[in-house]
Design a binder for this molecule. Structure first.
Ligand code: CP
Length: 317
C-alpha cells in the first residue's frame, strides 16, 4: 500500500481485518518495524482521538512521531497556486509539503472540507498535494470527503460485536448546531458497503449524500422503518451535499436525536458514534450511557486501525 485515503487502498477487507485482530492480540509484536522511522502528523483541524490513537499506533511500531498543528505556530499557509502572496500568508503549501517530506518517512494529514466550493472539497486538493509533492507515503487522518481510519475502526468494532454474519447497520442523521462535513458518513457507507453488510441510511429530505458513496445502501426517509430490526445504529450529523445548499444546515430537528424510544425499535442494537458527540442533541445521555453503547471500544479501535495502516505503509504491503 503506497498511500491510504479510502477503502480501495486497503485491498482485501477480510485480510485487513485478520491483520487488525492479529495486531490487537499483541500490539507490540512489530515494535522493530518502525525503528529509526519518523511519522509526521499534520493537522489543519482539531483532533483528540486521531491524534492520540495514531501517535500511540506509531509508538507501538517503534516509530518516532512529530505533530504539526498548522494553525498553531507554523507559518500561515497559502494553498492556491497563482495567488500574489502579499497578504497574511507567508508560505506556500507547494514549498511546505516537500520540506515536510524531508523530515519524515510517513505523513498523516487531517484537512476538512472548507464548504467554499463543493468541487474543490470533493477534489481533495490538500490531501492530493501531499501525495504529489511530499515524496512520502501519505495517509488520511480525515480529509474533505472521507475518514478512512475511523471507518476501519468502525468495521473492526462491528466485527467484534456482531451476532449474525450479515448485520443490519443503520446510519442515522442526527441534529447538530453547526455545519459538519460529509466525510464520516461518506466513508462509513463506503466501508460498510464494501464489507457486504445490509446498510440503511435514514435522514430528513435534503440531506442526501453523494450517490457515489451511498452505493447499494437503501435510503429510508421513514426513520421508524429504518430503525426496525437494526443490529447497529450509527448516529452522525452531516450538512447538505446537494447544490445549491452544499455545506448548509437545513434543519436542526431534535426529533432526530437518537433516544431510548428509537433504540427500542431495533434488534437490541449497539449504538455507535465516531465522537466527539453532543449529548442530548445527537444522542440522549440514557442511550450513550446504556450497555448497548459501544462508543468507547469503537474509539479504542482507532489505535488498531491506525497501526494496521502504518504497518502496511512501512512495509509497502
Ligand atoms: N473521531 C475522530 O476523528 O475524533 P477526533 O476528531 O477527535 O480525532
Amino acid at each position: 500500500m503506497k498511500h491510504f485515503t479510502c477503502v480501495q487502498d486497503i485491498g482485501d477487507l477480510r485480510e485487513a481485518l485478520r491483520e487488525a485482530f492479529e495486531i490487537k492480540r499483541d500490539r507490540f509484536q512489530f515494535n522493530e518495524l518502525g525503528k529509526n522511522k519518523t511519522l509526521l502528523m499534520v493537522f489543519f483541524n482539531a483532533s483528540l482521538r486521531t491524534r492520540l490513537s495514531t501517535q500511540k499506533a506509531a509508538m507501538n511500531l517503534g516509530m518516532n512521531t512529530i505533530v504539526l498543528d498548522v494553525n498553531q505556530g507554523a507559518w500561515k499557509l497559502e494553498t492556491e497556486r497563482g495567488v500574489v502572496m502579499d497578504g497574511d500568508k507567508s508560505e506556500h503549501l507547494l514549498e511546505a509539503i516537500p520540506v515536510m517530506g524531508c523530515y519524515c518517512d510517513v505523513i498523516g494529514v487531517r484537512s476538512f472540507a472548507r464548504f467554499e466550493n463543493r468541487e474543490e472539497d470533493y477534489g481533495e486538493r490538500v490531501l492530493e498535494q501531499f501525495i504529489r509533492y511530499s515524496g512520502r507515503p501519505v495517509f488520511s487522518m480525515e480529509a474533505a470527503t472521507r475518514h478512512p481510519l475511523q471507518s476501519f475502526a468502525d468495521l473492526i468494532t462491528i466485527e467484534e460485536y456482531k451476532k449474525t454474519d450479515c448485520p443490519k447497520v443503520v446510519m442515522s442523521w442526527a441534529p447538530h448546531p453547526k455545519a459538519l462535513p460529509q466525510a464520516v458518513p461518506n466513508s462509513f457507507a463506503e466501508w460498510i458497503n464494501a464489507a457486504g453488510y445490509e446498510l440503511v441510511i435514514t435522514h430528513p429530505e435534503g440531506y442526501e449524500l453523494d450517490p457515489a458513496f451511498v452505493g447499494n445502501a437503501r435510503v429510508e426517509y421513514d426513520r421508524e422503518k429504518a430503525f426496525a430490526g437494526a443490529d447497529f445504529v450509527y448516529a452522525k450529523n452531516w450538512s447538505a451535499y446537494a447544490a445549491p445548499h452544499y455545506g448548509e444546515v437545513l434543519n436542526k430537528d431534535r426529533s432526530w436525536t437518537v433516544d431510548a424510544a428509537k433504540m427500542a425499535l431495533t434488534n437490541d442494537a449497539r449504538f455507535m458514534h465516531c465522537l466527539p458527540v453532543r449529548r442530548n442533541v445527537i444522542v440522549t445521555d440514557e442511550v450513550i450511557e446504556s450497555p448497548q453503547s459501544i462508543v468507547i471500544p469503537e474509539a479504542a479501535n482507532r489505535e488498531i486501525a491506525a497501526q494496521t495502516v502504518l504497518k502496511r505503509l512501512l512495509t509497502q504491503e
